[in-house]
Design a protein around this ligand. Structure first.
Ligand SMILES: Cc1cc2nc3c(=O)[nH]c(=O)nc-3n(C[C@H](O)[C@H](O)[C@H](O)COP(=O)(O)OP(=O)(O)OC[C@H]3O[C@@H](n4cnc5c(N)ncnc54)[C@H](O)[C@@H]3O)c2cc1C
Length: 384
């Protein structure tokens, strides 16, 4: 029996629901005050350091971390409710997303006391932001083939190579960089390490790669003899593969893997309510709502597994595969039910639909492609 597939139904407590009302009210006020407009894919493409700072001040970043590192010692389910509301409202959360989701937990699990004290309180305040440096021009799905390398020098490491598709590197302060620290052996997973690279260091160049919408979201990052001090090594030299895989469990399992187009779903229903409905519309919306409910139950189950210290690799892969498909189904339904009718004048609806459709090709690629995830699921259920 595969442990991580054993999901239980999660009941959210009254305290958690109170927290939901609190964040909901905050988000409604922010929208009313013009602080932001809801967007699709806001967790990846809407960068607003000021907004992240406001969340930090209210205790909604680093929620589960120990208080001694600036955290709030709240449960994974409380954190889940906050992230769920932020995504449902399409709030601009990209600045802190990676640091709060995975870099903080990485430091808690593998970091030194110095790293925890230095980074965690500032992440929890929404003051410093991190990027993820995994993919390279010739290494995506086959991550173990990376060739960015670091050589030992006095007091640290000399880093050379490049990363690609690095979300937010043009705004971030640091990047957790997976690199090779000893020559490749037969076991390609050996000899990899994680270094925290200061993106303002000499020898680092960040170049934009534009999305097809014209937005600047991700980048190429080049390292030319970048010096990384010893105290910026995360965990153990040579253990980078194991550490990065542990990080991926956080990366794949959250509600952002099925809520990227939720703001469009809300707007779609608003538009449909103003028109006369028919059976086809009702069935389409009903099916989407049913899928959403199921995905949410599964994703909550994953959050609860994480809280218990179980690594939910297989279930997280399943949620991401089904979830990213669902995100696209919302855009498809919006196009079919409303956008094909030429008289639609709702500007918000049109703009959210365009955003969802143009961002959609990335949904099934980022964080591991569908084919790779299905391989993980197949292995997990014993058929591969
Ligand atoms: C919006 C977005 C943001 C991103 N942000 C980041 C980031 O911040 N940091 C970062 O490091 N990376 C980031 N990425 C990169 C992402 O992780 C990679 O795109 C992804 O891992 C796939 O790698 P690749 O693009 O090299 O494609 P490839 O690995 O070359 O895959 C191409 C195709 O071949 C298929 N394929 C490959 N291997 C197999 C196999 N063994 N079996 C079956 N099919 C296979 C894939 O499924 C895919 O369809 C981002 C990507 C996107 C789209």
């Amino acid at each position: 029996m595969v442990k991580s597939l054993e999901l239980e139904t999660i009941q959210l407590t009254e305290k958690t629901e109170e927290l939901r009302q609190e964040i909901r009210q905050f988000l409604k006020n922010e929208i009313e005050e013009g602080a932001f407009l809801p967007h699709c894919d806001s967790w990846l493409s809407r960068w607003d350091s000021e907004f992240s700072g406001k969340l930090g001040q209210r205790g909604w970043l680093g929620m589960t971390w120990p208080k001694k590192y600036g955290g709030h010692e709240r449960s994974a389910l409380e954190r889940y409710v906050v992230t769920e509301e932020l995504l449902a409202f399409g709030a601009p959360v990209a600045a802190h997303w990676f640091a709060d989701r995975q870099t903080g937990p990485l430091f808690l699990r593998y970091g030194t006391e110095k790293q925890r004290n230095e980074f965690l309180p500032r992440i929890a305040q929404g003051e410093i932001f991190f990027s993820i440096g995994l993919s390279e021009p010739n290494s995506g799905s086959d991550l173990a083939s990376i060739s960015t390398n670091a050589k030992k020098v006095a007091g640290g490491w000399r880093l050379n190579g490049s990363k690609v598709w690095t979300s937010g590197a043009h705004h971030s302060h640091f990047m957790v960089t997976l690199c090779r620290t000893s020559t490749k052996t037969e076991n390609r997973h050996e000899g990899l390490s994680q270094l925290v690279v200061d993106l303002s260091a000499s020898g680092v160049t960040v170049r934009p790669i534009k999305l097809m919408t014209g937005e600047h979201h991700f980048n190429e990052v080049f390292f030319e003899d970048v010096f990384v001090p010893d105290d910026m090594v995360v965990g153990t030299i040579g253990d980078g593969w194991k550490q990065s895989m542990a990080e991926l469990a956080y990366e794949r399992s959250g509600p952002e893997r099925f809520l990227s187009t939720f703001p469009l779903f809300v707007e779609l229903i608003r538009v449909l309510k103003q028109k006369e409905s028919n059976e086809h519309v009702k069935i389409t919306i009903g099916k989407l709502a049913a899928r959403l409910t199921t995905l949410r139950e599964m994703s909550l189950g994953v959050a609860s597994l994480l809280e218990k210290g179980v690594s939910p690799d297989v279930t997280a892969a399943l949620v991401k595969d089904l979830g990213t498909k669902f995100e696209f189904q919302i855009a498809e339904a919006a196009r079919e039910l409303v956008a094909s009718q030429t008289h639609v004048s709702n500007v918000r609806f049109k703009s959210l639909l365009a955003e969802a459709l143009l961002h959609a090709p990335g949904f099934t690629l980022r964080g591991g492609t569908t084919e790779i995830l299905r391989g993980i699921i197949a292995r997990g259920v014993g058929i591969r």
